[in-house]
Design a protein around this ligand. Structure first.
Ligand code: NAP
Length: 319
């Protein structure tokens, strides 16, 4: 028998969708994903240290603990969880057909895609080690920048897009100095953001520069950089490194079955709606949001997707 609703993904969007769908008696089935070396159930928050900007946690909460609490809350109602990936989908007929990494075939009347996006990393071994241990390397300045560990330090942001510039400006509130390291001599960011960054006295630029290593044992002490023109290497002392080189949405398993924007994010049909190009399939969280990318906005769109799916199922007489 077909499920009423399958939710793919287990970040704030997926769990919030599950809580709402479960309380609407839809008996949601969540595919929370399999742990791998690039992603674990719970998504990007599992790589975040302290979350201080999610309302309801006045003293902050660890990202891992927060995702565990979300998961527990979904289990309190009737949510069924599978620790498997959905590896392919067939949305060409209804009920929709999904295949899991264990080889199971699932049929569902509606689907919420909440598979998130992965921050792009430089993929340097010491960058990954210090990011996972909370040692001063992060892919989200808004999430981590206000932590005491970064106060009054020289902070480095790598990237030349709007995110890098925005994060650098944000970090000037806490840092003694912010250095933007960019691989070219020209920013990709919008002119207004460029202007703001260039007129901010605390921001310096290292042009035509790539990072070749991250230094420090338990916490970051600096980065090794290389001038792309002279090929000269040098070390730059810093107390934090923020990677802002874009995000990759987790949509490859969809195999072209749904409309994506040019960056691979799921396009929704209307603003303030989560319905996708396939009627009965909804999207929530970072997989459909290249702009805000926050836990709270992901949770918000998870709620929206569940309500929209519930209303659609009711409208079709499928509940
Ligand atoms: P982005 O525009 O794709 O910029 C990524 C930056 O990272 C580029 O400057 C790129 O360099 C650099 N980069 C990529 N791979 C790299 C690598 N391996 N090593 C070193 N540098 C690397 O990404 P984004 O800044 O996250 O922005 C994404 C979208 O969101 C954009 O459309 C942006 O306008 C939007 N956004 C808007 C705002 C705002 O309006 N306030 C804020 C944030 C984001 P190159 O330039 O050399 O390619």
């Amino acid at each position: 028998m077909a499920e009423k609703i399958v939710i793919i993904g287990s970040g704030p969007a997926g769990w919030t969708a599950a809580i709402y769908a479960a309380r609407a008696n839809l008996k949601p089935v969540v595919y929370e994903g399999e742990p791998s070396n690039i992603m674990v159930p719970g998504g990007q928050l599992m790589y975040t240290t302290e979350v201080e900007n999610y309302p309801g946690f006045p003293s902050g909460v660890r990202g891992t603990e927060m995702m565990d609490l979300f998961r527990q809350q979904s289990l309190r109602f009737e949510t069924q969880i599978f620790t498997e990936d959905i590896t392919s989908v067939d949305f060409s007929s209804h009920p929709f057909k999904l295949k899991s990494s264990e080889g199971n075939e699932i049929e569902s009347l509606s689907v919420i895609i909440a598979t998130g996006a992965m921050a792009n990393w430089l993929n340097l071994p010491n960058e990954q080690r210090l990011a996972h241990s909370g040692g001063g390397v992060s892919a989200c300045a808004v999430c981590d920048g206000a932590l005491p560990a970064y106060r009054d330090k020289v902070l480095v942001v790598v990237g030349g897009g709007d995110s890098a510039v925005e994060e650098a400006i944000y970090l000037t509130k806490f840092a003694s100095k912010v250095v933007i390291v960019h691989r070219r001599a020209e920013l990709r960011a919008s002119p207004i953001m460029q202007e703001r960054a260039k007129s901010e006295p605390k921001i310096e630029f290292k042009w035509n520069t790539v990072i070749t290593d991250v230094l420090g044992d338990k916490v970051i002490t600096g980065i090794r950089i290389q001038d792309t023109i002279s090929k000269e290497e040098s070390d730059l002392e810093c107390g934090g490194l923020f990677i802002a080189i874009g995000h990759t949405p987790n949509t490859s398993f969809l195999g072209g079955s749904i409309e994506l924007d040019e960056e691979g994010f799921i396009g929704t049909r209307q603003s303030w709606r989560t319905a996708t190009s396939v009627v009965g399939v909804f999207a929530a969280g970072d997989v459909m949001d290249p702009y805000y990318k926050q836990a709270i906005t992901a949770a918000g769109t998870g709620c929206m997707a569940a309500l929209e799916a519930e209303r659609w199922l009711a409208h079709k007489g499928l509940t």
